[in-house]
Design a protein around this ligand. Structure first.
Ligand SMILES: [Zn+2]
Length: 392
């Protein structure tokens, strides 16, 4: 088995900050990480110098709809390969394919296709730079009509454990996250069913008040989708869902840190209140990610991208073209230390998925998913499961 030893000026595992560090890779896995001089290199290891670079784990995106002109709702292998290849160039080495609200039949078809792709690709070692699809995030259909954003109203459904069961059947064990509005009638049965099936329950696209959101958290919701966006706004005498999400220590908060979806002061508040351990940077990326301005699809919906900002025909924000490397730079620009910011795109999302020892970490036994950052925090190299660019 080919072994590689990467020598970098700095390695952020991200729990340890190692100056002059070494990451040893055997095949698709990391076998050792440590300061140079303490790591014994395997015989015949190919050495890769990464002077002046910081090596961090590959980014994990738990909320992404598409990239490279393709939407995950297409559900076919070609589209999913293009998305996985596109985001990998920006440092995202694994992601959770996120649906948009669509008809039950369409959702089942898309989910069936994504599941087929995931189960098939897990049987083969990757041969080219490509992010791994870790599962499915259902964004809808059990969401609030009042806070639907651009999700089509006609396909929004009241919470139904029967419909969820249909989706889970198609997902064949690949479902990971369910975003729902907890104020809807039947939401608590749905939360229980989702938890029973091992899903992360996420509060989002919701008009919940404080009490309703808190009740959902007590019932097992541990996540909140793109916090601030598509949520009842905060007031000091009616703090709403935000009051509950921001003050509940166990809830992880997604943030679209593109400087468009959320203003700087609100991002600072979120990071301060949730602490760097509970913030998860997401792209909410659409098919327009990695593409020039123009017209694109988000599910069945047409969106227009101008200056990299994605809106529907009414001018509502409709996902983003954000990539996680840019989100990382935006958070660091707020004054957040790099090691904390890196956690928000690596260890935190991986832990939320229960994959904290395999993804989002540089440690023995973890997948060899690596990102090389230069001194401007631009991505200068990416490796996905031991494959890909190792230029430094
Ligand atoms: Zn959304």
């Amino acid at each position: 088995m080919q072994s590689l030893a990467i020598h970098a000026s700095r390695v952020l595992t991200p729990f340890e900050d190692i100056a002059d560090g070494v990451v040893v890779i055997q095949g698709s896995k990391i076998s050792e990480v440590g300061p140079r001089g303490q790591v014994v290199l395997p015989r015949g290891a190919r050495e890769i110098p990464a002077k002046g670079k910081t090596v961090v784990p590959g980014f994990v995106d738990v909320h992404i709809h598409g990239a490279g002109g393709r939407d995950v709702m297409a559900g076919n292998a070609e589209s999913l390969e293009i998305i996985a290849g596109t985001v990998a160039r920006y440092g995202t080495t694994s992601f959770v394919a996120t649906t948009v609200t669509a008809s039950q039949a369409e959702t089942c078809e898309s989910v069936g296709g994504i599941a087929r792709f995931i189960l098939k690709s897990s049987q083969f070692a990757a041969r080219e730079l490509s992010a791994e699809i870790l599962g499915i995030h259902f964004e809808g259909p059990f969401i609030s009509k009042a806070r639907r954003g651009v999700h089509p109203e006609e396909w929004i459904l009241p919470p139904s454990t029967e419909v969820l069961a249909e989706f889970l059947k198609e997902a064949r064990g690949t479902a990971q996250i369910l975003t729902l509005a907890p104020e809807l009638p039947g939401a608590f049965d749905l939360i229980a069913a989702a938890r029973q099936a091992g899903l992360v329950v996420s509060i989002g696209h919701t008009d919940a008040n404080y009490e309703q959101a808190l009740a959902a958290i007590h019932a097992g919701a541990t996540h909140a989708a793109h916090v601030y966006n598509a949520m009842r706004p905060f007031s000091h005498r009616g703090t709403g869902v935000l009051g509950a999400v921001l003050t509940s220590p166990k809830v992880s908060a997604e943030l679209i840190a593109d400087n468009v979806h959320v203003d700087e002061a609100a991002m600072r508040m979120l990071v301060d209140l949730k602490t760097p351990e509970r913030v998860i940077l997401v792209s909410d990326g659409t098919s327009a990610t990695g593409m020039p301005d123009g017209k694109y699809q988000l599910g069945k919906l047409q969106v227009k991208v101008s200056g990299g900002v994605c809106r529907n025909t009414e001018g509502k924000l409709a996902g983003s073209t954000l990539t996680l490397d840019r989100a990382l730079r935006n958070i660091v620009a707020l004054g957040v230390p790099l090691a904390s910011a890196v956690r928000m795109v690596t260890a935190n999302p991986a832990r939320q998925l229960g994959l904290g020892s395999r993804k989002g970490i540089l440690a023995p036994g973890a997948d060899a998913d690596l990102v090389f950052l230069d001194d401007k925090l631009e991505v200068s190299g990416v490796m996905t499961r031991g494959v890909g660019l190792t230029q430094a």
